[in-house]
Design a protein around this ligand. Structure first.
Ligand code: BT5
Length: 254
């Protein structure tokens, strides 16, 4: 992999044939060393993680399963922007290789033709209001030909949507390239507009009624914008506007 020479900040790459979860491994490094900008990639994950204790099925070597360990000097409340930076990088990279219309279901699902082809899992380790490290995990179904029954209705792959088989290394390089392009712009220059624009332009969540699922309530609201921080702005039936920082949004049909 040419990751070190391609304008990325990656300092170290750990490559596995099989591992439980690249996020877990990257967190382990984060807890036990001072390394940063470490990339962990595995051909197969035996216990891939989604958000909120869900699973990410990745027992085949047909996808990209990778995690980046970051140590940004950021306020913990800004950590969610890392997810949006990753989403923007994934979409931009995919559109360079495939003639596909890629959408972002706020905040972390990458959707093509109503099906999920990639997801982002950002995990933060912070203490006393400061970030120790962030791990951003990226899963992309690249050449996958079929899925386990439990997700066969909702999941798809770049191959299934395009008929094109592509070397996963190319996808990895491009995603990492764009990730650091957007990440450096944000960390160094506090410039988040390009990422925000991509997240808005590609959104499959905006301008429609969505279900917001909070701890113990579910309510329907109209999603009308993302604010400057990338948070979802919604308007409920009574016209009351509120901000969804993080969490669950479900959309009919997606
Ligand atoms: C996500 O969670 O979408 C985050 C996925 C992050 C995966 C990467 S792979 C590398 C790194 N290491 C890890 O252990 N994880 C990260 P969430 O929004 O909670 O979506 C999870 C849901 O997506 C599941 O409940 C399934 O419905 C669905 N799903 C599971 N596996 C899938 C797959 N391969 N393709 C599409 N959908 C899937």
């Amino acid at each position: 992999l040419l990751l070190k020479s391609k304008g990325s900040n990656v300092e170290e790459v750990f490559y596995f044939d099989s591992i439980n979860s690249t996020n877990e491994y990257a967190k382990e490094i984060g807890r036990n060393s001072n390394m940063e900008n470490v990339l962990v990639i595995s051909d197969i994950q035996t216990d891939g993680k989604g958000r909120l204790g869900r699973k990410w099925l990745s027992s085949e070597s047909s996808g990209v399963w990778m995690s980046l360990l970051l140590k940004p000097n950021l306020n913990p409340t800004d950590a969610s922007k890392i997810t949006q930076i990753a989403s923007a990088a994934i979409v931009t990279a995919i559109e360079e290789f495939y003639n596909l219309n890629v959408g972002i279901k706020w905040p972390n699902d990458i959707i093509i033709n109503g099906k999920k082809i990639a997801g982002v899992l950002t995990e933060m380790n912070s203490e006393l209001g400061e970030i120790n490290f962030i791990v951003v995990g990226i899963g992309i179904n690249v050449n996958t030909k079929s899925f386990p029954e439990e997700i066969s209705d909702i999941a798809s792959s770049l191959f299934l949507e395009s008929g094109l088989e592509i070397d996963r290394k190319k996808i990895i390089e491009k995603v990492i390239y764009y990730f650091y392009k957007f990440y450096n712009e944000y960390i160094k220059n506090k410039e988040f507009n390009e990422v925000l624009d991509i997240n808005k332009k590609k959104s499959v969540t905006l301008n429609r009624d969505v279900f917001i699922i909070r701890r113990n309530e579910t309510f329907e609201a109209y999603a009308y914008d993302l604010n400057r921080d990338g948070e979802l702005m919604v308007r409920d039936k009574d016209g009351k506007e509120s901000v969804v920082f993080y969490g669950e949004v479900s959309i009919r049909g997606v």
